[in-house]
Design a protein around this ligand. Structure first.
Ligand code: ADP
Ligand code: MG
Length: 398
């Protein structure tokens, strides 16, 4: 088998050598897949043929549609997938939730629909290569994982009773900033189930959404949930997107959202949750279960009025005031609202002041959060300061 070196985009140090192998009994399909992957790929008619050539070094196995159709994925489930040095991608003519779950459970890293586009296949290969490199380098060392075990992730819900207050901007930037600071995973969950725009703000188009997690909720385990998260490549932030269609929102129960967040707590350092601008049973349970609530208020009278009602509702829910962090967005606006007056009206001291700046909509339109896009601006600095409240030290070297 030929060797090809794959470099992970944000890898540290030299790339290790990772081989790519196509496993597909049908010769025409095998050849087509091999051509899509480039000249240096190895092509095998069966799992056994590949297994006989393994020598312990990492291999990305691209399992063709014939494997997807046969029991045990053409022998891969038994002979290939249990090996830690193998990262498998399954290509299937029919992409059902049942097949997806079965494949991920068996240890497949990604499942793609046939016919697969070359760019999509390349992207999947790159992602798997990255995770194999991580394992090979021992970055995710067993010791670190053990030390972190039992350490529950911190859930931060970003909320406002007013649409357009800046919740998503705050949630996305906070999450990105925490992801750059933490050695353990940081996840953003888009719980604005009708109009979620987290993926737009991160310029991502992931294949899965919270709907997939909810549909599998009875059988959900950390591996399956992890496979449904997408990675924001520039920062490593993990993302669970909102549904693509607003109609799905009704099918998602508060209990399902709680279970997903609870499971993420076991595997992540921080879970940042973006929300809609109203209270419903899902938002109420998020508020109850979160460690912290970032309450975003804009600097105009309707905003302050609605935030006041929001605060009163949270008090009725017995939310400890110590959990609530008031953030004043567009706080430099020339709108003749005095910050002291706003704080007195709300009965809470603001913990962060985010100025109004054209770089915010500009960065939103670019799909690059302002803390990355314009880090020297006052807005970015204010958002970084907000992140300081939760993760004061930069633990990750960049
Ligand atoms: N500090 C700010 N300065 C300038 N524009 C902002 C600021 N915060 C938010 N915006 C703009 O306001 C719009 C609404 O923000 P968004 O975060 O989507 O609100 P929400 O999620 O609360 O509905 C966005 O398009 C964003 O560009
Ligand atoms: Mg929003």
């Amino acid at each position: 088998m030929d060797t090809r070196t794959l470099g992970a985009s944000n890898a540290v140090g030299p790339s290790i050598s990772i081989r790519i192998a196509v496993v597909e009994p049908d010769s025409a399909t095998r050849t087509r897949l091999a051509m899509q992957l480039g000249e240096t790929v190895g092509a095998f008619p069966s799992t056994e043929a590949l297994v006989s050539q393994l020598n312990g070094s990492p291999v990305i196995a691209v399992l063709g549609p014939s494997c997807a159709r046969s029991p045990g994925f053409g022998g891969a489930e038994e002979h290939l997938l249990p090996r830690p040095e193998i990262g498998a991608i399954l290509i299937s003519d029919e992409l059902t939730t049942e097949l997806f779950q079965r494949a991920i459970r068996a240890g497949v890293r990604d499942v793609l629909a046939a016919p697969v586009e070359t760019a999509q296949l390349g992207e999947a290969v790159r992602r798997v290569a990255e995770s194999l490199e991580t394992v090979a380098r021992g970055v995710a060392s067993a010791a670190a994982a053990e030390a972190a075990e039992g350490e529950q992730g911190h859930v931060i819900t970003v909320f406002s009773t007013k649409g357009g207050a800046g919740k998503s901007v705050v949630a996305v930037n906070l999450a990105v900033s925490l992801a750059l600071r933490s050695d353990r995973p940081v996840v953003i969950v888009d719980c604005d189930l009708q109009f979620g725009d987290v993926t737009v703000m991160l310029k991502m188009a992931p294949p899965h959404t919270i709907v997939d997690a909810v549909q599998a909720v009875d059988r959900l385990d950390p591996n399956l949930l992890n496979a449904l998260l997408a990675t924001h490549q520039p920062t490593g932030l993990r993302v669970l997107p909102a549904p693509l269609e607003p109609a799905y929102a009704d099918q998602i129960s508060a209990a399902a959202v709680s279970k997903i967040i609870g499971m993420l707590r076991n595997t992540s350092a921080y879970i940042v949750v973006d929300t809609p601008s109203y209270f419903d049973d899902k938002v109420i349970s998020l508020i109850e279960e979160s460690d912290d609530i970032v309450l975003v208020a804009g600097m105009d009278i309707p905003n302050i009025k609605n935030v006041k009602i929001g605060l009163q509702t949270m008090q009725l829910l017995d939310t400890p005031m110590s959990k609530i962090h008031l953030i004043l967005n567009r706080s430099n606006s020339k709108v003749k609202l005095d910050i002291g007056e706003v704080e007195r009206t709300l009965g809470v001291k603001a913990e962060a002041f985010i100025p109004s700046d054209i770089v915010v909509p500009q960065s939103v339109n670019k799909g690059n959060p302002v803390v990355l896009d314009a880090p020297k601006t006052g807005v970015a600095k204010a958002l970084e300061q907000l992140a300081d409240t939760f993760a004061p030290q930069r633990t990750k070297k960049r």
